[in-house]
Design a protein around this ligand. Structure first.
Ligand SMILES: *[C@@H]1O[C@H](CO)[C@@H](O)[C@H](O)[C@H]1NC(C)=O
Ligand SMILES: *[C@@H]1O[C@H](CO)[C@@H](O)[C@H](O)[C@H]1NC(C)=O
Ligand SMILES: *[C@@H]1O[C@H](CO)[C@@H](O)[C@H](O)[C@H]1NC(C)=O
Ligand SMILES: *[C@@H]1O[C@H](CO)[C@@H](O)[C@H](O)[C@H]1NC(C)=O
Ligand SMILES: *[C@@H]1O[C@H](CO)[C@@H](O)[C@H](O)[C@H]1NC(C)=O
Ligand SMILES: *[C@@H]1O[C@H](CO)[C@@H](O)[C@H](O)[C@H]1NC(C)=O
Ligand SMILES: *[C@@H]1O[C@H](CO)[C@@H](O)[C@H](O)[C@H]1NC(C)=O
Ligand SMILES: *[C@@H]1O[C@H](CO)[C@@H](O)[C@H](O)[C@H]1NC(C)=O
Length: 485
């Protein structure tokens, strides 16, 4: 009898356990939503090669993940409804085990709701709006493999603390379609609730009224902008004319994904204002993603450029970007989580379990370490670029922010004279001073209510002039992700 038990245990350990640990096999249906339209940095032609690269690597090198057979199906995302309709059509057929994308906020909102309801994990290098941070209900199965806009805002809270700033004006361009700049600065607004923040929306149709914007600057210290390069230049030129660039104010623009379009040279347009623009840009600092590279990345980068050029996309500037990296790493993260789930006796259909295993962990991604917070959002590293040579008009990275440990690090290139550190006058900043005391909650609430109301008025004023049809569409989309503005 004893012999029999020993035999059983032996059999279990030797014969079965390798099957349960090292040799897990599974077919996995992956549905990927990416736009065919190459005007997006995350288009199919740019990102698909990275997903296939990850699939190859998992199969060949992975060892413990080589038993996963990924069957990848690519579908179009038009950033409106395509992805959601495609997924809804699957409601009676076989459902995917994993969804990658969409990136665009409104489309992602619909897809993630449905996927969460169906218990399917979604990993996106997009869906960066603050509204997705609430994973309690409808976005429960979303994992964000690129740093969200709220994570980006951390570099601003770090700087505000470091330089003891208290007030800011947020100026953003609102296209009322994908609303990237709206959501970008919403992240700042969301995180900086206990500072004095004013907002100003620039509509795309109307002519930019730089002087109107600059009137709002008077009682703030910092201006944070998200806009197209031409509009930024226009505002900086107007600010220069009014002597706002003499060191009393700090200007930021946020350009996370296409950093090559800023810094060196953007002030230059070959018109008669180049010289003034160069001087004005000495006050303009750019916040962008911090890019790290490790030796293996070179190979990936070369392979990606090759694949992308094969598809006829000749302009490969910025073509290996955070979306490309992110979707690559999404495959790794899923493989790690699924493997762990299966080793513990769960199967691939347990989307909630697999999702939870992707959160609160650090793993080695294609470009470096990827750290996911306990809410399933990637911690982000960001850089601050500033003009370091005003004669030549060239930019350098002058500071870095590391999301993992919340460290703000000034580099030697940083020039202290160019960033004023002061608490400005009376007015609104007096209110903040009071709010540090006992009335903190009330003051914050009041400020929030006040600015919310302000913002509503702006929206209403704008929508009145629009046709009824557009307005309806716009309001529907407005409701689709809860926003803080
Ligand atoms: C996994 O199983 C296959 C056959 O099913 C076998 O060829 C392979 O050597 C096993 N790998 C490991 C790591 O046990
Ligand atoms: C691609 O997207 C851009 C910007 O959204 C748009 O202007 C263009 O018409 C689109 N192209 C096609 C073929 O849909
Ligand atoms: C900058 O110019 C403003 C007037 O626009 C003036 O009030 C302020 O004192 C000047 N600051 C410096 C540092 O020269
Ligand atoms: C990135 O910026 C450059 C320079 O402004 C621009 O030509 C290019 O179209 C941008 N790329 C994307 C994908 O937006
Ligand atoms: C890059 O990958 C290819 C194919 O996987 C391999 O042959 C080559 O040695 C790699 N190059 C480097 C520099 O690692
Ligand atoms: C995250 O993981 C760490 C250990 O790696 C653990 O101590 C912590 O409790 C986890 N946090 C949550 C919210 O699960
Ligand atoms: C700008 O140009 C200078 C000198 O040409 C170079 O050292 C620097 O890295 C460039 N910065 C950016 C952000 O491209
Ligand atoms: C924070 O993290 C970064 C990147 O991992 C590292 O370089 C830096 O030394 C860390 N700083 C502190 C204070 O731990």
């Amino acid at each position: 009898m004893l012999y029999f038990i020993i035999l059983c245990v032996y059999y279990f350990l030797v014969v079965l356990s390798p099957v349960m640990t090292n040799n897990i096999t599974e077919d996995i249906e992956v549905l990927v939503f990416l736009p065919q339209n190459n005007s997006y940095l995350f288009s199919y032609a740019r990102v698909a090669p990275a997903i296939l690269y990850a699939q190859q690597r998992l199969k060949i090198e992975g060892g413990q993940y080589s038993g996963f057979l990924f069957n990848i199906q690519f579908e179009n995302s038009d950033c409106v409804n395509d992805a959601m309709f495609m997924l809804a059509d699957r409601s009676c057929g076989q459902k995917p085990d994993l969804i990658l994308g969409p990136v665009c906020e409104y489309e992602a909102a619909a897809v993630v709701r449905l996927a969460s309801h169906w218990n399917i994990p979604v990993i996106s290098a997009g869906a960066l709006a603050a509204g997705f941070s609430n994973k309690k209900t409808e976005f429960s199965h979303l994992t964000r493999i690129a740093p969200s806009y709220v994570k980006m805002a951390e570099i601003f809270t770090a700087m505000f603390e470091h330089f003891t700033w208290k007030t800011a004006l947020l100026v953003y361009e609102d296209d009322k379609e994908e609303r990237n700049c709206y959501f970008t600065l919403e992240g700042v607004y969301h995180l900086m609730a206990d500072y004095n923040i004013k907002t100003y929306a620039v509509s795309q149709e109307n002519r930019l009224d730089a002087d109107d914007i600059l009137q709002k600057i008077y009682d703030t210290e910092v201006v944070i902008m998200c806009m197209g390069a031409d509009k930024i230049r226009e505002i900086m030129l107007a600010a220069h004319r009014q002597q706002f660039t003499n060191g009393s104010y700090v200007f930021f623009n946020v350009e996370l994904f296409n950093a090559s379009s800023y810094g060196n040279g953007t002030w230059k347009k070959g018109d008669k204002y180049d010289n003034a623009a160069r001087q004005a840009y000495a006050s303009l600092n750019t916040v962008t993603l911090l890019r790290t590279v490790k030796p293996e990345f070179e190979n990936f980068s070369v392979e990606m450029k090759k694949s992308i050029e094969e598809t006829g996309l000749d302009d490969c500037q910025d073509c290996v970007n955070i979306f490309v990296e992110g979707f690559h790493d999404a495959m790794l993260l899923y493989a790690i989580a699924l493997h762990e789930a299966m080793r513990n006796g769960y199967n691939k259909k347990n989307g909630m379990k697999i999702t939870s295993l992707m959160w609160n962990r650090t793993f080695e991604g294609i470009a470096g370490q990827v750290s996911m917070d306990a809410n399933g959002d990637r911690n982000g590293d960001f850089s601050l670029m500033a003009m370091t040579n005003v004669e030549a008009g060239t930019y350098e990275v002058v500071a870095n922010y590391f999301g993992v440990n919340g460290t703000f690090q000034l580099l030697p290139a940083f020039n202290i004279d160019k960033i004023p550190s002061k608490s400005c006058g009376l007015g609104m900043s007096a209110l903040t001073g009071v709010s540090v005391g006992a009335v903190l909650g009330t003051a914050m609430l009041l400020a929030f209510y006040f600015f919310r109301k302000n913002f509503r008025i702006t929206i209403e004023r704008r929508t009145h002039s629009e046709e009824a049809n557009t307005r309806k569409h716009y309001q529907l989309r407005e409701d689709s992700i809860r926003t803080n503005f």
